[in-house]
Design a protein around this ligand. Structure first.
Ligand code: SAM
Length: 371
């Protein structure tokens, strides 16, 4: 049973799900199943990695039970996913291959999407034989086809945006030009003709190529001002692609570098800024990393579930990105840290990504599982 603890909750009047729950995730998930089955767009989890280290805030040495415990939880988490939902699982080198096999069994190999490699540190660890600078994120869909159709592109970088310019003061705004000749393999006769530029230079498609459009369509595009012949009007014709008409998003890559998504160290520094002088969580994830996952896999209003909440990066980012969320952890630290962090997020003092002050309806609720 989940018991709402009022003193740790903050008023919420908009009817959205924003829950932070203390308890073992297997118990909590079974208590939530009836209400949230097939409702979650994205599960992100960062379970203990079974690396034998003992951290201050949790015990990570349950080697023999680790995989079967985790598999039970994966099975339970699967029930929560929408058909177009996905699960993202952080893991390191020691267990990734075992976890991949277990997760294949739970989600089906056909629903395996990719393994993201995240550069989690940028400095060399000289005390070890190999400096371990990366971790993995295994990505599975509930139903591959539906998830893939729902994936978002990443926002364009400044570099991509800077390719759109407006040298001719086009009222339609910045544009970049693309070739209007294509391979002639499947061409029809009407794609071969000579084109006269405004400065009177005659252009024919290069050998083995043809124009992308027939002559009347091409003349129409010239009339509309959509064909660019260079500043002097004499150059090879190119099509103007307007920023306002294109969605220049970036296809996510599988290598995620620290300069884009941050490091463990960055995340720890962030926590120390929020809780100066405190013994903060050892292995937090940077908000930028979580933001990138949510950008790809969710949209505003979607529900996110993290059943290994730790220091609460996922719910902090979800709150700022206007997603709904459920965060679960069995450690007392979620009272000491996550609730405080979430309040800071709400009043705009949480630092990290996308700082914004939430409106008064956007509180969250705190629950405790009691058997
Ligand atoms: C690696 S940490 C998560 C760190 C988190 N991603 C962050 O950015 O701060 C793993 C967390 O899982 C929690 N945990 C481990 N087993 C759990 C279980 N069975 N139920 C709930 N929480 C669990 C631990 O208390 C710990 O906080």
């Amino acid at each position: 049973m989940l018991k709402k603890i009022k003193k740790y909750s903050s008023p919420k009047t908009d009817g959205k799900t924003r829950k932070i729950i203390l308890g073992d995730n297997l118990d909590v998930l079974s208590a939530l199943r009836a209400d949230y089955k097939s409702k979650v767009k994205c599960v992100y989890i960062d379970p203990p990695y079974n690396n034998g280290e003992k951290y201050t805030h949790y015990d990570d040495s349950t080697h023999d039970l680790w995989l079967s415990d985790l598999k039970k939880r994966l099975k339970s988490l699967r029930d929560f996913l929408r058909d177009d939902g996905s699960i993202w699982i952080s893991i390191d080198d020691g267990e990734v291959h075992y976890l991949k096999v277990a997760a294949d069994e739970v989600f089906g190999r056909k629903n395996f999407i990719t393994t993201v490699v995240w550069q989690q540190r940028t400095t060399r660890e000289n005390r070890k034989h190999f400096s371990n600078n990366h971790e993995y994120i295994l990505v599975y869909a509930k139903e591959r086809k539906k998830f893939v159709a729902s994936i978002n592109k990443l926002p364009p970088t400044d570099d991509v945006l800077s390719r759109y310019k407006n040298p001719d003061n086009d009222p339609k705004g910045p544009w970049q030009s693309v070739s209007v000749n294509v391979q002639a393999g499947h061409a029809v006769k009407s794609q071969f003709y000579k084109l006269v530029s405004p400065a009177g230079v005659v252009h024919a498609p290069p050998n083995g190529r043809c124009w992308a459009y027939n002559e009347s369509k091409m003349l129409g595009l010239i009339e509309e001002g959509r064909i660019w012949f260079g500043k002097d009007g004499a150059g090879v014709p190119r099509l103007k692609k307007y920023l306002s008409e294109s969605r220049p998003g970036l296809t996510p890559e599988t290598l995620w570098f620290a300069d884009t998504v941050g490091t463990n160290k960055e995340a720890k520094k962030h926590l120390l800024k929020l809780f100066p002088g405190k013994d903060v969580f050892d292995t937090p994830k940077p908000e930028r990393l979580i933001q990138q996952i949510f950008e790809i896999a969710t949209n505003e209003g979607d529900l996110i579930l993290d059943s290994y909440l730790g220091a609460g990066a996922s719910v902090a980012v979800a709150h700022k990105m206007k997603r709904q969320y459920i965060g679960i952890d069995k450690g007392q630290h979620i009272i000491d840290y996550v609730i405080e962090r979430q309040k800071m997020v709400m009043n705009g003092t949480g630092y990290g990504v996308l700082e914004r002050v939430s409106d008064k309806t956007e509180g969250f609720e705190f629950f405790k599982f009691s058997g």
